[in-house]
Design a protein around this ligand. Structure first.
Ligand code: NAP
Ligand code: MG
Length: 404
């Protein structure tokens, strides 16, 4: 069989620890034998980030803007322990944070559903994708511990000197104050990424916040979403047969639980933080969660939602057998290849991505899986495979599918 040709390179961002091991296995076993893989390679592994003073992360983000599609391996976000462990020149910022800031993007997290790994919510039949606004609110707050009686105020001084002043509370004793903000620019980017992603997926988009209580702050989110929808996206949504739906956050929570799934749920920063961990767990496993960064102008970066699986890596270094789940990382690759195939009009590449996804799902559903899934599956008589053997099992299944 001749290999599938690519036109435009994928931006490939390599990473750290166990996921770096998996990265190479995936390429060697599941991609290179079938595709004439064209990538522009950026090594975001911590040693190389340190060598380049993190320039490589910036270059990789710029390349994503240039080519439009990237695939990223999990990377270490350094802390004090990592500075020692890797003898780093300094404490680098989270690569994901850097890339997100440059692409001005929103992160979408979606579970991969397979039979035998059942969501805790019985009604869920299709994935629910979470979109979390990643700017402002309580994550960039200013807080004051109020020592005693006095007046708490909110003050805005404009560049031309005009002052807007509101009383927050007349304190008759000790208490607390918190100031948060957001910008129209950031909210618009978030909304655009969400509309763009919904169109791409052909799934309904829900947005929820608390505009009945927060009549200026949350109401601003609601009205920006509504305005952009009416002015720029409604026609395309109608054509795609999907809808945009706003409802209050508490109503949305109740509806999500009763739903069948199959839609995108956009949330403000804190709501998204809390809800995405609940949703990931409710769907079964963090190792089965993919993550896509989408910029408002339509650039895509695909990755797994989990980290570098450090504990498994140290077992691996000691020569012990590991059973690390590679599914989310494989789906990052297939997501990126499918997107590239669609943009460059290479149907064979799209078909290959579909076939590999299917091979992964059928392998698990046939009872062959890694330890994390073997622990929670409802399937009987499953075989727990090592990191390497799981990927080999997927390859066997892939060959069967491709030769059928
Ligand atoms: P982690 O890599 O997500 O792993 C935490 C635990 O979850 C693992 O020890 C393992 O549990 C389980 N797990 C996660 N992914 C798994 C998989 N694919 N297969 C099987 N089990 C899996 O989080 P961490 O160990 O807290 O973080 C390690 C490094 O990852 C940190 O340096 C952090 O900065 C980085 N990180 C990167 C990203 C990213 O690049 N997107 C995201 C998060 C964290 P058991 O040990 O019980 O088997
Ligand atoms: Mg969180």
């Amino acid at each position: 069989m001749s290999k599938i040709e690519m036109k435009t390179p994928l931006v490939e961002m390599d990473g750290d620890e166990m996921t770096r091991i998996i990265w190479k296995l995936i390429k060697d076993e599941l991609l290179l034998p079938y595709i004439d893989l064209k990538t522009e390679y950026y090594d975001l592994g911590l040693p190389h980030r340190d060598e380049t003073d993190d320039q490589v992360t910036f270059d990789a983000a710029e390349a994503t803007k240039k080519y439009g599609v990237a695939v990223k391996c999990a990377t270490i976000t350094p802390n004090q322990a990592r500075i020692k462990e890797y003898n780093l020149k300094r404490m680098y910022k989270s690569p994901n944070g850097t890339i997100r800031a440059i692409l001005d993007g929103t992160v979408f997290r979606a579970p991969i559903l397979v039979k035998g790994i059942d969501p805790y919510v019985r009604t869920w039949k299709k994935p629910i994708t979470m979109a979390r606004h990643a700017y402002g609110d309580v994550y960039k707050n200013t807080e004051i511990r109020v020592p005693g009686p006095g007046q708490g105020e909110l003050v805005f001084t404009s560049d031309n000197g005009t002052v807007i002043r509101e009383t927050i509370h007349e304190f008759d004793g000790p208490g607390i104050l918190q100031g948060i903000h957001n910008t129209d620019h950031s909210i618009e980017s978030f909304a655009r990424s969400c509309f763009q992603f919904a169109l791409n997926r052909k799934e309904d988009l829900w947005f929820s916040c608390k505009d009945t209580i927060s009549k200026t702050y949350d109401e601003n989110f609601k009205s920006i979403f509504q305005r952009l929808y009416d002015e720029e996206y409604k026609e395309a949504f109608d054509k795609a047969g999907i809808t945009y739906f706003y409802t209050l956050i508490d109503d949305a929570v109740a509806r999500v639980i009763r739903s069948e799934g199959g839609f995108i749920w956009a949330l403000k920063n804190y709501d998204g933080d809390v809800m995405s961990d609940m949703m990931a767990t409710a769907f079964g496993s963090l190792a089965m969660m993919t993550s896509i960064l989408v910029s408002p102008d339509g650039n895509y970066e695909y990755e797994a939602a989990h980290g570098t699986v450090q504990r498994h890596y140290y077992k691996h270094l000691k020569g012990e057998e590991t059973s690390t789940n590679s599914v989310a990382t494989i789906f990052a690759w297939t997501g990126a290849l499918r997107k590239r195939g669609e943009l460059d009009e290479i149907p064979a590449l799209v078909r290959f991505a579909d076939a590999l996804d299917r091979a992964v799902i059928e392998t698990i559903e046939s009872g062959k899986m890694t330890g994390d899934l073997a622990m929670i599956t409802t399937l009987q008589g499953v075989e727990k495979l090592s990191t390497q053997d799981f990927i080999k099992a997927i390859r066997q299944r892939l060959d069967q599918i491709l030769n059928a």
